[in-house]
Design a protein around this ligand. Structure first.
Ligand SMILES: [Zn+2]
Length: 388
């Protein structure tokens, strides 16, 4: 985008929004967090398991970072949910002395003694993080192995708001860098965010813009603008494929939903929900304040029930974050008006997904219970029961 266009958007923002009032509110929240609630100088002494995890009260560190300061920068609905804090609890569990950590992608309940041991390290890493921010070694924050990125970003931002824009999500930071023509370093959102604000402030017009104003400009005026699309030669479009593959946005949604579902639903609840699914249920659902396609939730639930394993070969792909990648294939494709119900969806590894879509296929029998088919002359019978 040209700088003149961005400035025009910035002028529009100033006219439409009561930026000054919102900025005052943000300043008040930041000052409250930094000076009264959790001053960085006091953390070493003061931060404890009991004022770190959520327990239904509004005086804990994770409450303030995620919810209490949401007007400063919003990280709610982040993939991973509470797992981003590394150790967490809730009112009910806390009162029973139970805490959670993540182990092999599943939430694991632990008792207080173990939680206290783990928290020693959590506290150390929070203090490290703030130190890295203070000495401008933001790359080290990106390289930390504890907490989710967006949570690290928010902590760094709360303690050093002048060093970053209020854009917290990795993808959004990347997009903002693109819009402003700033070099973005992949997998280094915290570092990239600091470069972003420095470069923006070099533009005379934005010299005095606060982190919050820049974030508001991005979310209010710039994010919606699409980057120039890819040009496709007409001749390159040979034929419209009958097969619709999942696009990346769907996969991203499914992964977010997997994390949320694992935290909020038991396998029994998933089975019950899928069993009661009706084809005329609303196409969209709201989870943690964010709208998702229902289909993506159904697929996320199925991936969990099928243990992230291909229903043909048991295979999957191990991702660098320790989770497993599988895909969802529609037995009767969407273009053939196949329903988005569990008996029409197979969880497959990428190879078998493509073979299923493109290979020579002959379906011999298909019910809610099972499907039997020949695929490239090999016979397969797959159990479609939700309780396997
Ligand atoms: Zn497979």
């Amino acid at each position: 985008m040209r700088t003149s266009e961005i400035i025009q958007k910035a002028e529009e923002l100033k006219l439409e929004n009561n930026l000054a009032t919102r900025q005052n509110n943000v300043n008040r929240l930041l000052s409250n967090f930094n000076n009264s609630l959790f001053p960085k100088e006091n953390l070493k002494q003061y931060l404890s398991l009991d004022n770190y995890v959520r327990k239904g009260t509004k005086d804990t560190f994770t409450y303030w970072v995620e919810v209490g300061t949401k007007e400063v920068a919003d990280i709610r609905g982040a993939p991973g949910g509470s797992a981003m804090f590394h150790i967490w609890s809730n009112e009910q569990k806390y009162n029973k002395g139970i805490f959670f950590i993540k182990e092999n992608r599943f939430n694991k309940e632990i008792r207080r003694t173990e939680a206290l041991k783990i928290f020693t390290n959590v506290k150390k890493r929070i203090i490290d993080l703030i130190n890295f921010a203070s000495i401008d070694r933001l790359d080290l924050i990106d390289e930390m192995d504890m907490f989710w990125k967006i949570y690290r970003m928010k902590i760094a931002y709360l303690y050093y708001p002048e060093k970053f824009t209020s854009i917290m999500k990795e993808d959004d930071i990347k997009q903002a860098c693109n819009i402003f023509g700033v070099n973005h370093k992949d997998k280094y959102p915290v570092y990239s965010n600091s470069i972003l604000i420095k470069e923006i402030r070099k533009i005379a017009y934005f010299k005095n813009w606060t982190s919050y104003m820049i974030g508001s400009l991005f979310y209010g005026k710039l994010k919606a603008i699409k980057a120039p699309g890819k040009f496709i030669l007409d001749s390159a479009i040979v034929e419209k494929k009958n097969v619709v593959s999942e696009d990346e946005a769907d996969i991203e949604e499914q992964e977010e939903l997997v994390d949320i579902i694992k935290e909020t639903e038991t396998k029994e609840q998933i089975i019950e929900e899928l069993t009661n699914l009706k084809s005329n249920d609303p196409k969209e659902i709201t989870v943690h304040g964010k709208t998702y396609k229902r289909n993506n939730k159904v697929i996320a639930q199925l991936k969990i029930l099928r243990n992230f394993k291909c229903q043909i070969c048991n295979g999957n792909i191990l991702k660098s974050n320790g989770t497993f990648y599988v895909e969802a294939a529609h037995i009767k494709s969407k273009s053939q008006k196949g329903p988005e119900t569990p008996d029409n969806i197979l969880i497959l590894c990428p190879n078998h997904h493509k073979e299923f879509d493109y290979g020579k296929k002959n379906i011999l029998a298909h019910s809610i219970e099972f499907i039997e088919f020949e695929l490239n002359d090999k016979l397969h019978k797959i159990d479609l029961n939700l309780r396997v």
